[in-house]
Design a binder for this molecule. Structure first.
Ligand SMILES: *Cc1c(COP(=O)(O)O)cnc(C)c1O
Length: 355
């Protein structure tokens, strides 16, 4: 096979998720999905026609929701397509690089590498503690700087002031991309207004997390119009199916937004309860309590993960800070989170039966 492939594609490892690995399970807490599914009935009578390239009704509603202008909104197939488009539009293959702060969301790297763009791998620690001029010099001539805010999987946040100072310190041809996939869970830290005060800031959003529509594949890029015009040159002609547009329009109606916000309150409360509980567990050595609909923890014993998969409880293992003992748990409903407790409590029994 490899004789057909460019070297950089041959070397790639595809993004692996529990879904692509076809894991079997009964409780899914691995992909930061919202546990509350909506039942959607559709009636569409013009599927013989191509859809609007950018469905006006959806763009209008999202602009209103995000408090930006309609010409500052681009609708894509998930935020993932926004990431990919940014890279294809602004980075030159085999020449440019993107800067990322590890550990962070995996798709920045996958998208970059599939276009032969180098990775300037910086650390979350540096993002939090380095001075702005140190950061700018580490970023160097990277064309895009991806800051996941709050960060998946650590939950860490960067302040608005720091983002502003960083965007001011970057070279003229560098764009700061703030990935706000989880912003609904901490809406007071929303930085969408930066696209009005800065020419080099882009915000990524999605309906996959708080809006409970991961299966829909719908995301938004918020940016100054000059940046969006460039991206539109690279975007496929009909990226958004009319089916997706119709569901997204409903999801962005006032009632649906209120219901999303009520769910966020419930999920945030469940998260806090889970964090408090985990901190008392003798099998957990560290809990990263940050923002987002997930909790990332360090297990004392890696074997504990085996027990959870045998129970059908699927969570997301990570190698973080050079240790394979990390696990990210998405905030599911009460019953699902009880499974987490049952799992950790069952370890007590296994431990005492071994004694
Ligand atoms: C889930 C996630 C995305 C992807 O969102 P889609 O809209 O489903 O493509 C992007 N960024 C981060 C940080 C995520 O966790």
């Amino acid at each position: 096979m490899s004789k057909f492939l460019p070297d950089y594609i041959d070397k790639l490892t595809a993004y692996s998720s529990a879904k692509s690995e076809k894991l079997t399970g009964t409780t899914w807490l691995n992909a930061n999905e919202n546990p509350y599914a909506q039942n959607i009935t559709l009636s569409i009578d013009d599927l013989n026609r191509y859809p609007e390239p950018q469905p006006e009704a959806v763009i209008q509603r999202y602009a209103q929701y995000a408090k930006v202008e309609t010409n500052q909104v681009l609708m894509t197939r998930g935020a993932d397509e926004g990431i990919e488009l940014l890279i294809r539009t602004f980075c030159e293959s085999a020449k440019d690089s993107i800067a990322i702060f590890l550990p962070t969301y995996g798709m920045y790297k996958v998208s970059a590498q599939s276009h032969n763009i180098a990775i300037n791998a910086l650390s979350q620690e540096s993002l939090q503690t380095s001075t702005i001029s140190e950061l700018a010099s580490q970023i160097g001539d990277s064309k895009l700087v991806f800051i996941c805010n709050p960060n998946n999987p650590t939950g860490a946040l960067v302040t608005t002031k720091r983002l502003e100072n960083l965007s001011d310190a970057l070279p003229d041809n560098t764009i700061l991309v703030v990935d706000e996939a989880y912003i609904e869970f901490c809406s007071e830290y929303d930085n969408s207004q930066l696209i009005n005060t800065r020419k080099n800031v882009v915000i990524l959003r999605t309906l996959s997390k708080a809006f409970a529509l991961a299966g829909l594949r719908c995301g938004f890029t918020l940016a100054p119009t000059t940046i969006l015009s460039a991206m539109k040159k690279v975007l496929a002609p009909y990226p958004v199916s009319s089916v997706v547009a119709s569901i997204a329009k409903n999801a962005l109606g006032n009632d649906s937004i209120s219901s999303m916000r009520r769910q966020v309150v419930i999920l945030n409360k469940l998260k806090q309860e889970l964090i408090d509980w985990l901190k008392t567990s003798s099998h957990v050595s560290q809990v990263l309590s940050g923002e987002g609909n997930f909790v990332t923890l360090k297990l004392k014993n890696k074997q504990s993960m085996q027990v959870s998969s045998e129970m059908g409880l699927i969570m997301r293992p990570f190698t973080l800070f050079d240790s394979q003992h990390w696990l990210r748990i998405s905030i599911g409903n009460n019953t699902e989170l009880d499974q987490v407790k049952t799992w950790l409590e069952s370890l007590n029994k296994i431990q005492s039966s071994k004694r």
